[in-house]
Ligand binder design. Structure first.
Ligand SMILES: [Zn+2]
Ligand SMILES: [Zn+2]
Length: 185
């Protein structure tokens, strides 16, 4: 008889050897676990052709659990003050390690074969994503440059109006102030 094993999906010890993965309970747990991961994978897949760059916020450090590899995966890709949304998960899903682990996981758990593709990103798609990421980073920087330019223009404007105030005080304002101080006393 096969030695008892612990199933990480059902969180229980079973004694029936390989037969356990065919059990209704295990298949139900497997389906639920895959359905938890799938929306995150699908959201990441949408980013392949349209990578999004945002200013980094601590929320971007969020992880998700890859049940094929049994590891935490960083969802987004952050560098300095920028984040590429879904970059971390896409990188993971396209890695040869994930592909290998997914094949093994599918085989061991007797998961639906046609579902497997949904959890993999092809090297071509990852290359597409990287291209789109570079484009988004460039346009993000351009946008940032514009903001900086706008801010500089505003600072110049403020500076100019301050000088105008100073000038008007020196030219016209000064006698008026004397007048008012006369009125007070
Ligand atoms: Zn199980
Ligand atoms: Zn994985």
């Amino acid at each position: 008889m096969a030695p008892p094993q612990r199933c990480p999906l059902c969180r229980q010890t079973f004694f029936c050897g390989r037969g356990h993965v065919y059990s209704r309970k295990h298949q139900r747990q497997l389906k639920a676990a895959l359905e938890r991961l799938l929306p995150q994978v699908e959201a990441a897949r949408k980013a392949v052709r349209a990578a999004q760059v945002e200013r980094y916020v601590p929320e971007h450090d969020r992880c998700c659990w890859c049940l094929c590899c049994s590891c935490e995966v960083q969802k987004h890709l952050s560098h300095g003050n920028l984040t590429v949304l879904h970059g971390g998960l896409l990188e993971h899903l396209a890695s040869p390690e994930h592909k290998k682990a997914t094949n093994k996981f599918w085989w061991e758990n007797k998961a639906e074969v046609q579902m497997k593709e949904k959890f993999l990103i092809s090297p071509q798609d990852y290359a597409r994503f990287k291209k789109s990421m570079v484009k988004s980073l460039d346009s993000y920087e351009e946008k940032e440059d514009e903001v900086i330019k706008e801010m500089a223009a505003k600072i110049r404007e403020v500076e100019q109006s301050r000088q105008e105030v100073v000038r008007s005080v020196l030219e016209v304002g000064f006698p008026r102030r004397i007048q008012s101080s006369i009125q007070i006393h």
